[in-house]
Design a protein around this ligand. Structure first.
Ligand code: CA
Length: 226
């Protein structure tokens, strides 16, 4: 899952990005409204953390322009304490949630997990696919209740595929959601990661859809469908 953090305070931005990376996300950083607007318009984020008081273009305007341009990613706004009118303007512009500064990283993480999974149509923090379960809170996965040893890249791929289970995900879509903007991307490495994941979770769970991409399935349910 790939996030954009928009915050002009460099220390807070760095701190936020570090907390989110520790939680298993990949993070792009923007420090002013112009940079934020550009990145949001051009990169496929799974969620955005948006400070409202920004240089160049203010956060509410950035959000309005994303929404007008058809961008539907969930947006959590950061507001100063007691600025209720700012929150109202933020929600009217298309925000999905807010946090008042200062806040605890744990609360930000919980709210983002909820936004990301709701956007993908899931109601709980653990995604169950037969005997495979993906704990988006603990950044862990289990097979028959037994923890699976995964590298951070493998977990990111499994997390993205399980949020979008049963959907065909192209290699380029996966690449865009598991690496940050500055990463030297090579979509061929995706194949290697998929191969390793299959060894760990079973070869019948990640199907290759020739020419299109990959599909994570629940083999038990697929067998029932006949
Ligand atoms: Ca600010």
């Amino acid at each position: 899952m790939r996030l954009l953090v928009v915050e002009d305070d460099p220390d807070l931005n760095r701190q936020l990005a570090m907390g989110l990376e520790d939680a298993g996300y990949v993070v792009d950083k923007a420090f002013d409204g112009e940079e934020a607007l550009y990145l949001g318009e051009n990169e496929p984020y799974d969620a955005v953390v948006l400070d409202l008081g920004l240089p160049e273009i203010d956060g509410v305007t950035v959000l309005e322009r994303w929404r007008r341009g058809g961008k539907t990613f969930p947006v959590l706004i950061l507001t100063a304490r007691d600025r209720w009118s700012e929150k109202v303007a933020g929600f009217d512009a298309g925000a999905d949630d807010y946090l008042t500064k200062p806040f605890h990283t744990e609360e930000l993480l919980a709210r983002l997990r909820a936004l990301v999974r709701r956007a993908a149509g899931h109601v709980t923090s653990t995604i169950e696919l037969g005997d495979l379960s993906v704990d988006t809170k603990g950044a862990r996965a289990f097979l028959d209740g037994v923890p699976i040893k995964l590298t951070s890249h493998e977990f990111r791929i499994l997390s993205y595929l399980s949020h979008h289970a049963e959907r065909v995900i192209s290699r380029s879509e996966l690449t865009e959601h598991i690496y940050d903007q500055d990463f030297d991307r090579d979509s061929n490495t995706i194949e290697v990661f998929i191969g390793r994941l299959r060894k760990k979770i079973g070869t019948d769970r990640i199907l290759t859809v020739r020419g299109l991409g990959y599909r994570l399935v629940n083999p038990a349910a697929t067998a029932r469908e006949g």
